[in-house]
Design a protein around this ligand. Sequence first.
Ligand SMILES: Cc1cc2nc3c(=O)[nH]c(=O)nc-3n(C[C@H](O)[C@H](O)[C@H](O)COP(=O)(O)OP(=O)(O)OC[C@H]3O[C@@H](n4cnc5c(N)ncnc54)[C@H](O)[C@@H]3O)c2cc1C
Ligand code: FES
Length: 297
Amino acid sequence: MLDFITRHQRSLSERYFFFKLRDLRKTSSTRKINQMSKHLPTTLSVIKIVKENYRTVTLTFANQLGIIRPGQFVMLWLPSVNEKPVSVAYADEKTIELTVSAVGPWSKAIQKIKKGDKLGLRGPFGNTFKLSGKHIILVGGGFGIAPLHFFATLTQQHKIKTDCIIGARNKKELLYVNKLKKLTNLYITTDDGSVGDKSYTTDKLAELLNQNHYSQIYSCGPEIMMRKVAELAKQAKTPSQLSLERYMKCGFGICGSCCLDDSGSRVCTDGTVYSGEKVLKESEFGRSHRDSSGRKV
Ligand SMILES: Cc1cc2nc3c(=O)[nH]c(=O)nc-3n(C[C@H](O)[C@H](O)[C@H](O)COP(=O)(O)OP(=O)(O)OC[C@H]3O[C@@H](n4cnc5c(N)ncnc54)[C@H](O)[C@@H]3O)c2cc1C
Ligand code: FES
């Protein structure tokens, strides 16, 4: 396995060196080393595995990627299967946690990873959620709850009053309930009412926006949900920050697969976090995206 990783690391390295060389020549030597290393996969062993729900695991690695901030993602490479973007669910100077839900071939293979297995991590990539104000609200759905958990650890450190709404189809799909209860004032919604309110996260958000004055709304999850969050934020004249997903191949701005129609903004480098005001101007936001071959779906 190690031979396999080393061989593939070499061919990936050659590609990334080629594309980044021109940019790197313009930067200082310390920045060169940092930029160079984040574009190469680092082989890391899984040191802990937590089963979050029936189709989701959190993998912990020793942090050899340096400083990682809430909202950022890494490219997670499972040799001989695929490499995919994953938001960082928590990181400090010692560890990195990634939460992956089984959806298709790659994410199902991730569920079978054992302690001690080695994976390749590139990154961190993308921009970050920005702290703002004294009373904020987070709105998360699906595995979008994971990066909001990381952000909530930061808002707790800064003693920012944080309300949080998380939603799922039903109780068994929910993630991070106990952890978020400790960090935030937590509200839960489910489509079938099996736990929390039988409603959508955005119904709860509308209710809370009538009762509170928030300085900022943060959201990550299904885009249809985030579009509604952005519209509610606009109506309430409250700024919002949303973390978007697009099909990603390189993760650092060279392949163009993650571009938003209209502006051409690259979600992997200009995002993933955008203001609600900006993304509401993108015609595809909450309506369509592009698949692996660039076809609109
Ligand atoms: C910025 C970002 C952060 C993400 N964070 C997480 C996370 O924290 N946890 C998690 O479980 N998943 C996360 N994902 C999704 C993850 O990258 C995979 O898309 C997902 O696991 C499905 O991959 P698959 O091969 O198993 O399934 P597939 O059947 O191949 O894909 C299922 C669907 O996932 C999407 N998808 C597949 N490949 C990609 C890709 N390379 N880039 C973007 N979307 C893709 C497509 O919409 C596709 O229809 C994130 C995606 C992005 C873009
Ligand atoms: S994933 Fe390649 S440019 Fe964004």
